[in-house]
Design a protein around this ligand. Structure first.
Ligand code: ADP
Ligand code: ADP
Length: 223
């Protein structure tokens, strides 16, 4: 899995909002790092920059020591953002299978059902997004993000609408999967509890423009 480095990374949006001011961060290969901080401090922007959805105003991102595009083609990138962006005319299964097709990954028998079960959507495999609750749609997006077995997984408030019980279950299951696969995971959240439950390391940012105010290694025994 790749290491991710943000080097003097900065982003000012047209209009003048300094969303990220020169920031140095690095995320260890095969680990889960959470970015925590108040709303509007620039967490999503950092993630979108890493994903290549925005371009930096200054500084750069290196993934496994190279520009993102090169590494990501090899290692694979998945995102699950707050807005699950599922294709409306495809079922949960159809959305996951499409992602697998685009990643040119052969599907192992039972694999898609296993993912659907993991996120607690058994019984909804053939359901379309419009007939799911917001939390269920987010869970479908998480299943889709895991399906392609990405080297780098970017999650932005992926559980915002997920109910408390399912969230707890996911907080148990997901770190195990990431560890087993050696996925490098970046999680953006405003919840310190969620960050601690899911991550190996928590980076706390100050209000915008953000500086790192704490950088904490988490060593929880995982059941
Ligand atoms: P967070 O994820 O920590 O809530 P964001 O990264 O979403 O913060 O936003 C950081 C700041 O940048 C906010 O003030 C937000 O309004 C602004 N911002 C984010 N995206 C854009 C955009 N596309 N255009 C202009 N301003 C933006
Ligand atoms: P978050 O939950 O991370 O704080 P936001 O509500 O800040 O999310 O942003 C949601 C989306 O809206 C993001 O894609 C961000 O780029 C965009 N956005 C946020 N603030 C602005 C803004 N002031 N102008 C334009 N787009 C924005």
């Amino acid at each position: 899995p790749p290491e991710v480095a943000c080097i003097a990374l900065a982003k000012t949006f047209p209009g003048g909002t300094e969303a990220v001011r020169p920031l140095d961060l690095s995320f260890a290969a095969g680990q889960t790092t959470a970015l925590v901080g108040p709303s509007g401090c620039g967490k999503s922007t950092v993630l979108r920059l890493v994903a290549g959805l925005e371009s930096p105003s200054a500084g750069r991102i290196e993934i496994a020591g190279a520009p993102p595009a090169e590494t990501l083609r090899r290692a694979g990138l998945s995102v699950a953002f707050q807005d699950p962006s599922l294709l409306p005319w495809r079922s949960v299964r159809g959305n996951i299978e499409l992602a697998l097709g685009l990643a040119r990954r052969p599907v192992e028998a039972g694999e898609v059902d296993q993912l659907i079960r993991l996120v607690g959507l058994d019984g909804f495999a053939e359901t379309r997004p419009a007939e799911l609750s917001g939390g269920m749609r987010q869970r479908a997006a998480i299943a889709r993000a895991l399906a392609t077995r990405p080297g780098l997984l970017l999650l932005d408030e992926p559980f915002g609408a997920v109910d408390e019980l399912t969230r707890r279950q996911l907080a148990q299951d997901l770190p195990r999967i990431w560890e087993a696969r050696g996925t490098t995971t970046l999680l953006v959240t405003h919840s310190v509890t969620e960050a601690v439950a899911l991550s190996d390391r928590v980076i706390v940012l100050s209000p915008r423009p953000a500086e790192v105010v704490a950088d904490i290694a988490i060593d929880l025994p995982r059941p």
